[in-house]
Design a protein around this ligand. Structure first.
Ligand code: BV8
Length: 237
């Protein structure tokens, strides 16, 4: 069975990572275009560096750990009879820390930096600033977070659309369905004949397009859904 899972900020909420649109939303105090767009970075690189430095420090500080939803998806990826394509809009490393491999980071990764001068992508666990030096080319004031800002092309769309065209099942977990092209994946999967399931704490902008929606916290519902799916595939032998 070909399964495509798309995760959003909601899957990391119970790990203590603020969502974008929740009451503790990340964007509070910052307009999207000021901190998550190329123009915002060009206008005030230090503000953008500080925005991502704060998120990176939270992620690497020890208090943020994968939750049962992340572990359940790692378990699913190892199950016989399941070919899982895990796509995340999140820039944290919680899927990897829970044991998932081959995670498709559609919107990039907070723990990587990219050099505007030589293009190298390098690991980054410390603060970035205009004084940062590229470990590959030695350039200065040329590093940015390796994330996809608004108006920039997401990563890996070709492989993701190929996986969606082969999907038997598409599951969106903890995403508000407001940001494209990720918000359009459910329609692509349905066109390919896939069944579609949404797992979310509340109604999302895309809820109406799913065959089935389950309401509740990912940390509870995702392990339950994975158990159910694996029991079902076992029955089919
Ligand atoms: C692009 C990285 C060209 C940085 C992010 C139509 C087609 C194509 C593009 C567009 C289009 N219309 C508009 C656009 C432009 C734009 C866009 O979508 N704008 C929106 C605002 C309308 N899109 C772009 O610019 C994209 N690039 O379009 O390139 C192109 C054109 C055609 C085809 C291909 C390409 C690039 C967008 C990427 C921006 N970068 N992140 C960073 O993280 O700082 S977006 C960022 O916000 C996240 O990555 C994520 O994608 C989005 C937030 O969404 P969610 O993850 O869903 O989080 P949110 O807080 O919103 O919701 C949380 C959900 O969880 C809620 O539903 C809540 O109920 C639930 N929840 C909470 N707790 C729990 C829970 N669920 C379960 N359990 C819980 N405990």
């Amino acid at each position: 069975m070909n399964v495509v899972v798309l995760t959003g900020a909601g899957i990391s909420a119970e790990s203590g990572v603020p969502t974008f649109r929740g009451s503790d939303g990340l964007w509070e105090g910052h307009r999207i275009e000021d901190v998550a767009s190329p123009s915002g970075f060009a206008r005030d690189p230090q503000l953008v560096h500080q925005f991502y430095n704060g998120r990176r420090a939270l992620l690497t500080g020890g208090s943020v750990q994968p939750n049962p939803a992340h572990f359940a998806l790692a378990r699913l990826s190892r199950a016989r009879g399941i070919h899982l394509t895990l796509v995340t809009q999140n820039i944290d490393d919680l899927h990897e820390r829970a044991g998932s491999e081959d995670v498709r980071h559609l919107h990039g990764e907070l723990l990587k930096a990219r050099c505007n001068r030589c293009g190298a992508v390098t690991p980054c666990r410390e603060d970035l600033s205009r004084a940062s030096i590229c470990p590959a080319c030695g350039g200065i004031d040329c590093l940015r977070p390796h994330v996809v800002w608004f108006g920039e092309m997401p990563f890996g769309l070709d492989e993701i659309s190929a996986a969606l065209s082969r999907a038997d099942l598409f599951v969106a977990i903890g995403t508000s369905g407001l940001v494209y092209p990720a918000a359009g994946f459910v329609a692509w999967a349905k066109e390919a004949g896939a069944r579609t399931l949404e797992i979310n704490l509340q109604e999302s902008a895309a809820s109406g397009t799913f065959h089935e929606s389950r309401r509740g916290p990912a940390g509870e519902l995702v392990p339950r859904w994975v158990d159910e799916l694996l029991a079902g595939t076992k029955d089919q032998g």
